[in-house]
Design a protein around this ligand. Structure first.
Ligand code: ADP
Ligand code: TRP
Length: 320
């Protein structure tokens, strides 16, 4: 079974990204054949500064590698290193109706938020379909907002297959993990970089401390017992602590004498302890772009081999 996922290189990553997506993906390397790429062409729809795009792509690669992406076990590459995807994108464009693209929620949401409505943004789902179909992906793990794009991929694949009376394009299934609790941000709402309520994974010690100290709580005082069930600090502690540690923390909430500042320090220690080994590996990779680029070149080579064979067949089918 082939699992494929694309990740937009979006700069800083936060612990919501980690627990919601990256951790599952890294662990999922044991469940099937994982194909994962950094969606650099897709990022062009929103990042139009050269240096920023370059930096984001490199850092996304470093982050994934530091967090456990195994380039031997999985195929891990940067989208624009395997240009066959653009050829498939063009071929598929001719089997994608305007109506299908006009119904895309993501396009409507993005333009409503002020992102320039241009052809790249409009045809984004066709490129995503090409990513998925080029590699015969069976399962595409995505967040809720991307389900429609996988459905559109199925529609496009179906119209291509029907037109040429073939089954060359494999229909993918979206996999949405409903159980993944949404990681709350420092204000209790979903942690998201667009809400400014994140705790960064690889920020400086000072930044992370400031973010943790900014977690919103009620105003109970030291001498009052506190309710852990409604506390944002506790909810975040749940991500890092085992059952015994959580029981002990519940006791501390029930016992007067400590304030929220103490609980925040406990959480901060846990966060630092959890990510320290990854941060060390990340530093190493950041200082060694040659190693990172070699890993990515190796991944691109593995991906390209598959892409070339697939494109040869598709060209034949359409008469190119
Ligand atoms: P953001 O909301 O910060 O812009 P993205 O939309 O770039 O994050 O999300 C990248 C990935 O991280 C997606 O797979 C998304 O499901 C996951 N993710 C983001 N925020 C959270 C969260 N608070 N809880 C769980 N998963 C999250
Ligand atoms: N559109 C996806 C997102 O914003 C990223 C992406 C691009 C992707 N191509 C893909 C995801 C192919 C899965 C499969 O998150």
């Amino acid at each position: 079974m082939r699992i494929l996922s694309g990740i937009q290189p979006s700069g800083t990553i936060h612990i919501g990204n980690y627990f919601g997506m990256i951790k599952k993906m890294v662990e999922g390397q044991n469940d099937g054949e994982l194909f994962a790429f950094i969606a650099s062409y897709h990022a062009l729809t929103t990042v139009k500064e050269k240096e920023l795009l370059e930096k984001n792509i490199f850092e996304a690669a470093v982050n994934f590698l530091a967090l456990g992406m195994d380039p031997e076990k999985s195929t891990f590459w940067v989208q624009h290193h395997v240009k066959e995807v653009l050829e498939l994108y063009w071929i598929l464009s001719n089997h994608t109706s305007m109506g299908l693209l006009e119904r895309a929620h993501s396009y409507k949401d993005k333009t409503a938020r002020g992102i320039q409505a241009n052809h790249g943004l409009f045809s984004y789902p066709v490129l995503m379909a090409a990513d998925i179909l080029l590699f015969d992906s069976n399962i595409v793990p995505v967040g809720k907002d991307q389900i429609q794009h996988v459905e559109m991929t199925r529609d496009i694949a179906n119209s291509f297959n029907n037109h040429y009376k073939t089954d060359i394009l494999v229909l993918p299934e979206a996999k949405v993990d409903e159980v993944v609790a949404t990681v709350p941000g420092t204000d209790g709402a979903k942690m998201s970089k667009s809400y400014g309520n994140t705790i960064d994974m690889f920020g400086s010690a000072k930044t992370i401390k400031k973010q943790v100290m900014g977690i919103v709580t009620d105003s109970k005082e030291l001498h009052e017992p506190k309710d852990y069930t409604t506390c944002n600090i506790y909810k975040l502690c749940e991500l890092f602590m085992n059952e015994d540690e959580l029981n002990e923390l519940q006791q501390r909430y029930a016992t007067p004498g400590e304030g929220y500042g103490h609980f925040k320090m406990t959480l901060l220690d846990k966060i630092n302890e959890h990510f320290a080994p990854y941060a060390a590996r990340r530093e190493e990779l950041l200082n060694n772009p040659k190693e990172v680029n070699e890993i990515l070149a190796h991944g691109a080579q593995k991906a390209r081999k598959i892409a070339q064979v697939k494109m040869e067949k598709i060209r034949n089918i359409v008469g190119l």
